[in-house]
Write a protein of this length. Structure first.
Ligand code: FES
Length: 270
C-alpha cells in the first residue's frame, strides 16, 4: 500500500508555535559576537597601549613589527621589509588576527551559533527560517568552512606563542632600568588566557579527529587513547571554552591597555 506524503506548510521567518524564550539564546550570541568584533577591530586599529612592562596583548601577539612611531621590545623584527608599500599603513594586529579569527569563524560550534543568530537559518528549532532553501557547505563561499582543520594548525602555534608571552610577563623593569623576576596580576591574566584558549583549541572537533580519528579501535593504542580522552574532555565543554576564551582574550587586551594608559595599577604579587 502506498504511503501518503504530507507536506507541512512553510513557516514565515520567525513564525513558531513555541511559547518558550527560544529567541533569547540567539540574541545573546548575536550581542556577544557583535561586541567582540567591534571591540577587537577597534583595539587592532589603535596601534597603541598594547603592551605594559613584559605584558603583550594577545590581540597583538606575535608582534612581527612595531607600529610606526612605537618601539616595542616585543617586536620580532626591527624594521619593515623593503617590499612593504610605503602607502600601506601598518596595523600589526591585522597581520595575525586572521588566523585566530578564521579558526573561530570556521569552528563547528560557532558556525551553528552564528548561522542561527546572524543569518536566521533557522533562528531556533521549529522556528521559521529566513532563507528558502539550504545549500549546505558544499558550495562557495561556505565551502571555505572546510579550511577549519588548517586554521587549527595555526591556532596550536598561537598557544605556544601566547604561553611564551606569559613567561615574558614575569619580568619587570624598575625605574632604574633593572629587570627583575616577579608575578603581577597581569601575569595571571595572561596565564588564564592561555589556559582558556587551550581548553577551546584542544577541544576542537578537527583535533579530536586528528588524534583519534580513522581508527575503529583505540584501546590498543594507549597513547592515542589517552590523548583522545583528553581532547574529548575539552570537546564536551567546547561551547563553554569558546565563550570563556573569547571573553578573556578581550579582557586581557583591555587589562594591558588600562595598565599601559595608567588607568589601572598592575599589582605585584611578588
Ligand atoms: S570545532 Fe570549534 S575550534 Fe574546531
Amino acid at each position: 500500500m502506498g504511503q501518503a506524503l504530507t507536506t507541512l506548510p512553510r513557516r514565515g521567518f520567525g513564525q513558531t508555535s513555541r511559547s518558550d524564550l527560544w529567541w533569547l539564546k540567539p540574541l545573546l550570541v548575536f550581542l556577544g559576537l557583535s561586541a567582540f568584533i567591534v571591540y577587537s577591530t577597534w583595539a587592532a586599529l589603535q596601534n597603541a597601549h598594547f603592551e605594559y612592562q613584559g605584558y603583550l596583548s594577545p590581540m597583538y601577539s606575535p608582534l612581527f613589527f612595531s607600529p610606526v612611531g612605537v618601539e616595542s621590545h616585543h617586536a620580532w623584527f626591527e624594521a619593515l621589509p623593503g617590499w612593504w608599500p610605503v602607502w600601506l599603513p601598518l596595523f600589526p594586529a591585522f597581520l595575525i588576527l586572521w588566523a585566530p579569527g578564521g579558526f573561530r569563524f570556521t569552528c563547528y560550534y560557532y558556525r551553528g551559533a552564528y548561522y542561527k543568530s546572524f543569518w536566521g537559518s533557522p533562528v531556533s528549532c521549529s522556528v521559521g527560517k529566513a532563507q528558502k532553501g539550504y545549500g549546505g557547505e558544499k558550495r562557495f563561499p561556505l565551502l571555505l568552512q572546510n579550511l577549519h582543520r588548517y586554521f587549527l594548525y595555526f591556532a596550536l602555534i598561537f598557544i605556544v606563542v601566547l604561553a611564551h608571552d606569559v613567561y615574558k610577563g614575569m619580568f619587570f623593569t624598575d625605574a632604574a632600568g633593572n629587570t627583575e623576576f616577579g608575578i603581577g596580576v597581569g601575569t595571571l591574566v595572561l596565564a588564564l588566557n592561555v589556559v582558556l584558549l587551550s581548553g577551546y583549541t584542544f577541544g576542537c572537533h578537527s583535533l579530536r579527529h586528528l588524534v583519534g580519528g580513522r581508527l575503529n579501535v583505540l584501546s590498543n593504542k594507549p597513547t592515542r587513547h589517552k590523548a583522545w580522552k583528553g581532547v574529548t574532555w575539552c570537546n564536551v565543554r567546547h561551547q563553554l571554552f569558546a565563550w570563556l576564551s573569547l571573553f578573556w582574550v578581550g579582557f586581557t587586551d583591555f587589562y594591558v591597555r588600562m595598565c599601559s594608559m595608567g588607568v589601572w595599577t598592575d599589582l605585584r604579587i611578588f
